[in-house]
Write a protein that binds this ligand. Structure first.
Ligand SMILES: Cc1ncc(COP(=O)(O)O)c(C=O)c1O
Length: 302
């Protein structure tokens, strides 16, 4: 029993998916968080750190830029804690995620889709400006705040280590802000430096195109600017995945395993399917399924 919905964040299950590989690979179903994604962890952690340090006080508005899920998580935690919430997002954000934000009572500002996050019209720049103009506001700033990675260092990392009884050999996650792969990667490498940490990026992102980004359709992932949240020292490889491969991997897993992941889960599943054949017998992989395909049904042609 929980007094508040955010007390139910975390402790998500690992479920096996069989790839063409001698290794055992499990998906961590982050869509089982109460707000429906891995971002419940970062939103809750960053809000509570800000409350503890006095950066967030009663009566304040929480403002952040989000491709959708961090916004939804902030809106959920904000509703349960009694804060006003403003979320800036892009026109790429699915209709389902926009309506979820509004259902939780958030004010939503939809910004044009631009290739670079440092463009003054980007959803990130707009949120920074709104935060600067309102002295009674707090911006978690997931793209620049290392507490984003710390949230995963303190929650997802230890959970995965415990769930696999320390036997994990490979960790796979999609990278957007890079909080997940950095925080979990740091935790796991400190436990055993031989664990391989592999991130998947959108093929057309700022990072994977070496500074010449092009439009891409996957939501939630894609390293779109230089960020202190990317802890390169704990990451062995960053592998690009195309829109087509990511979208194409969702339905086969849903119809075979009953696990309907979202767009980044599709990218992770595709990336792992390509990586898994070279893993050795006895290896144990964990991959993050960040949210549910239910948030994108209007974009998926099944
Ligand atoms: C569904 C989903 N998967 C993956 C990611 C990427 O996680 P991170 O921002 O920790 O790199 C996000 C980020 O918003 C997301 O919403």
């Amino acid at each position: 029993m929980h007094e508040k919905v955010f007390n139910a964040v975390g402790s998500t299950p690992l479920v096996r998916i069989h790839f063409d590989s001698p290794a055992a690979i499990y998906a961590k179903l982050e869509y089982m968080n109460p707000g429906g994604s891995l971002k419940d962890r970062t939103a809750l952690y960053m809000i509570e750190q800000a409350e503890k340090s006095g950066r967030l006080k009663k009566g304040y508005t929480i403002i952040d830029a989000s491709s959708g899920n961090q916004g939804i998580a902030i809106a959920m935690v904000g509703a349960a804690k009694g804060y006003k919430v403003v979320i800036t997002t892009t026109e790429k954000c699915s209709e389902e995620k926009l309506k979820t934000l509004k259902a939780f009572g958030a004010q939503v500002v939809v910004c044009p889709y631009v290739d670079r996050m440092d463009d003054p019209n980007s959803y990130h720049s707009v949120a920074v400006r709104m935060n600067r103009e309102n002295p009674k506001s707090f911006m978690p700033n997931q793209y620049m705040n290392v507490e984003n990675a710390e949230a995963h260092y303190h929650t997802s990392g230890p959970e995965i280590w415990k769930q696999t009884k320390g036997k994990i050999t490979h960790f796979f996650a999609a990278a957007g802000t890079c909080g997940t792969v950095s925080g979990v990667g740091k935790y796991l490498k400190e436990k055993d430096k031989n664990i391989k940490v592999i991130a998947f990026d959108a093929k057309n992102s700022y990072y994977s195109t070496k500074g010449n980004p092009k439009h891409y359709k996957i939501e939630g992932m894609g390293i779109d600017f230089d960020t202190p949240v990317l802890y390169k020292e704990y990451i062995d490889e960053i592998i690009p995945v195309s829109d087509e491969d990511a979208f194409g991997a969702i339905k086969p897993i849903a119809s075979k395993y009953g696990i309907l992941g979202g767009l980044s889960s599709g990218a992770v599943a595709y990336g792992v399917s390509q990586y898994a054949p070279k893993m050795l017998e006895g290896s144990l992989g964990v991959m993050i399924f960040g949210d549910s395909g239910r948030a994108y049904l209007s974009k998926l042609n099944f």
